[in-house]
Design a protein around this ligand. Structure first.
Ligand SMILES: Cc1ncc(COP(=O)(O)O)c(C=O)c1O
Length: 441
């Protein structure tokens, strides 16, 4: 059998799959932070264009992908599914391991799938500039790229610790014409408040979101863009799973286990939601979200209404959360340093349709180093959590002597995260403390 399962350009999906339409029980609505009443489309209009607000609330199962967006996807989609023969051999496992590789995108991760869609809808709704946050820089560079395609300006608040750990991500964003500020910054009230309390604050996604929203609210032609968590972001990412379903069909296999790493939920949702539709319709498949033990939102967070950002500007979302003022330890998987989880992913966990597992930093780097040596791709530290979860499944298949088919999302490459690998190879990677409830507010 072939190692790479490739699709032709005509196979790029023509619609996004909206799991909201098929959920067995309804979601709790986001609440207005002031009135605590369900938010209305008009409440969201200062931040998002109407087309995206409609998608956020849509009950339509399939939402057509505009031709302009499909044309931009042609730059890197369809992405390959690859059979990890090298890793299987090294693990001596009877399991078959497949991965969907999103690192072939221009910025090296799955993030352009929604960045392109969001930039497009903003453009047609008259937006001139988008403001966003970024952790490791994958999202910021993807939005910078997408804004460049559709002629929008772009400003990015980058979490300070990542700004220092990953200097070349700034260059990528600059190359696509974006301006970047380390967060917390002195440019916003939210940033200044944090810096007054702690001038050395490493930042977090929650703080950077507050800064980006504050800036977006100051100008009606500027909108805010989020790289994860919200329904419409997860929706755009379903191109990953829709393609993967066709590819698994070509391989003549159906996965027993599907895995994605989890930060805010977008790549996990992107791969798994089309398969969860099958699961709701009676198919048996285990679905696992992999996260860091130092920011274990799904495995240790409580499910409650909380803000999506630190300053409390966003609507209240019903989600798994460690508390909106929790500042996660400075692990290298910057994209997983988020206190919350997508409300839709939280709901699926509550319904028992998915499970979650947490891994320590050194363990995930040892897994991703083995993966790099056997498969030739250096995983992004975020994606390394999915790699390690897949390895754990393959090892248990070996111990149990069962043949299992595993599919995971390799959401990005780590070629701009080499300081993390350097620290790991030199034995200098600090093992962050396991989360304990006293750390959260
Ligand atoms: C490569 C990669 N994978 C995963 C993530 C986590 O985000 P999400 O859970 O939204 O996929 C990020 C976020 O920056 C990322 O860059």
């Amino acid at each position: 059998m072939d190692r790479k399962i490739l699709l032709s350009e005509q196979d790029i999906p023509t619609y996004y799959y909206n799991l909201l339409a098929d959920l067995p029980s309804p979601m709790d609505p986001p609440l207005h932070p002031g009135t605590k009443q369900p938010i209305t489309p008009d409440d969201m209009l200062p931040l998002f264009p109407m087309s995206l607000i409609e998608q956020e609330m849509s009950a339509q199962p399939e939402i057509p992908i505009p031709e302009e967006v499909r044309e931009a996807y042609l730059i890197y989609r369809p992405t390959p599914v690859i059979r990890a023969f090298g890793l299987e051999k090294a693990l001596q496992t009877p399991a078959k391991i497949y991965y969907k590789y999103e690192g072939v995108s221009p910025t090296g991760s799955h993030k352009p799938n929604t960045a392109i869609a969001q930039a497009f809808y903003n453009k047609v709704n008259g937006t001139k500039k988008l403001v966003t946050e970024t952790g490791a820089g994958q999202w910021g560079s993807s939005l910078a790229f997408a804004c460049h395609i559709f002629g929008l300006e772009c400003t990015v608040y980058m979490v300070r610790v990542s700004y220092e750990q990953k200097p070349y991500r700034k260059t990528v964003m600059n190359l696509f014409g974006a301006e970047i500020f380390a967060s917390p910054s002195n440019r916003t009230e939210a940033g200044r408040k944090i810096l007054e309390k702690d001038p050395d604050c490493p930042g977090s996604l929650g703080i950077a979101i507050s800064e980006a929203i504050e800036e977006a609210l100051q100008d009606e032609n500027t909108k805010y863009s989020l790289g994860s968590v919200l329904n419409h972001v997860l929706l755009h990412q379903t191109v990953i799973g829709l393609e993967a379903q066709k590819q698994m069909q070509i391989a003549g296999d159906y996965p027993d286990v599907i895995i994605g790493c989890h930060g805010g939920g977008s790549n996990f949702a992107g791969l798994t939601f089309p398969f969860i539709r099958d699961k709701i319709n009676g198919r048996e498949v285990k679905i696992v979200a992999a996260e860091p033990i130092s920011c274990p939102t799904l495995t240790q967070g409580t499910i409650s209404y909380d803000f999506g950002d630190t300053a409390g500007f966003t609507p209240l979302l019903k989600m798994h959360t460690l508390g909106h003022d929790f500042i996660p330890p400075t692990i290298h998987a910057g994209g997983l340093r988020y206190h919350g989880a997508a409300p839709m992913v939280s709901k699926l966990l509550e319904l028992g349709l998915i499970e979650a597992r947490a891994f320590p930093q050194n363990e995930i780097f040892s897994g991703s180093t083995l993966f790099a040596r056997t498969e030739g791709i250096i995983p992004a530290p975020e994606s390394a959590h999915a790699v390690q979860a897949a390895i754990a499944e393959a090892v248990s298949a070996k111990e149990e002597g069962v043949e299992k088919t595993i599919l995971f999302n390799l959401s990005g490459h780590g070629l701009l995260d080499l300081s993390a690998y350097e620290a790991f190879l030199n034995g200098k990677l600090v093992e962050e403390k396991q989360f304990s409830q006293s750390q959260s507010a």
